[in-house]
Write a protein that binds this ligand. Structure first.
Ligand code: 5GP
Length: 203
């Protein structure tokens, strides 16, 4: 059995990573990892689907038990990727996508260098501000903080393998799906099994 591929999607808050990842799972067979967080749920978010919403003590207990693949503190809240479900999916040959911030992505680069890193960019900073504002969940000060952080974050782009500008959602998801297909077309171990099979065929 071949292992699945691990995709890491990051980018500034409001660039549309969440929407792209959701659409990716609807249009392909990839498993989306559900993170654990200490942040309060936003209206419409469902525990166990959007995130596992836990109190700080619960998060720290999981951290102590080595339960995270990576974790970070973002905008004053803890976020982490539960380890067991991701490793299980990969072992079973299923692809997994993590939608995480850059600090977390850099930890995955260290611990799982085979992962594929995709950076989502907004078409412009003005559009980014519009999208964060439209969400309606942030104060003016929080929006300004996210905008400032966004500019710093894009300087990490060279640590990523691919970048996708999210102007039009369908086009952006098409591109991410193309990346997944391209990564599955790499010359890797399983192609040698196929070639061995050719050799056994009658010519
Ligand atoms: P939000 O609070 O807007 O849902 O997420 C804030 C930031 O945390 C986003 O950049 C999001 O990608 C990131 N994030 C969500 N889950 C995780 C996680 O498990 N690990 C890390 N490192 N970042 C995460």
């Amino acid at each position: 059995m071949h292992k699945g591929l691990l995709f890491v999607v990051s980018g500034p808050s409001g660039a549309g990573k969440g929407t792209i990842c959701k659409s990716l799972t609807e249009r392909s067979n990839i498993d989306l990892s559900v993170s654990m967080t200490t942040r309060q749920p936003r209206p419409g978010e469902i525990d166990g689907v959007s995130y596992y919403f836990v109190p700080k003590e619960g998060f720290l207990e999981n951290l102590e038990n080595d339960g995270f693949l990576e974790h970070a503190c973002v905008f004053g809240n803890y976020y982490g990727t539960p380890k067991a479900p991701v490793l299980e999916s990969l072992e079973e040959g299923r692809d997994v996508v993590l939608e995480i911030d850059i600090q977390g992505a850099m930890q995955i680069r260290q611990s799982y260098p085979k992962a594929i890193f995709i950076f989502i960019l907004p078409p412009s900073m003005a559009e980014l501000r519009k999208r964060i504002t439209r969400r309606g969940s942030e104060t003016e000060a929080a929006i300004n903080e996210r905008m400032g952080k966004a500019l710093k974050e894009v300087s990490y782009i060279d640590k990523y393998d691919y970048c996708v500008v999210n102007g039009e959602l369908k086009e952006a998801v098409d591109r991410v799906i193309a990346i997944v297909k391209a990564e599955h077309s790499r010359v890797a171990e399983d192609v040698y099994d196929l070639i061995e099979k050719y050799k056994k065929e009658e010519l």
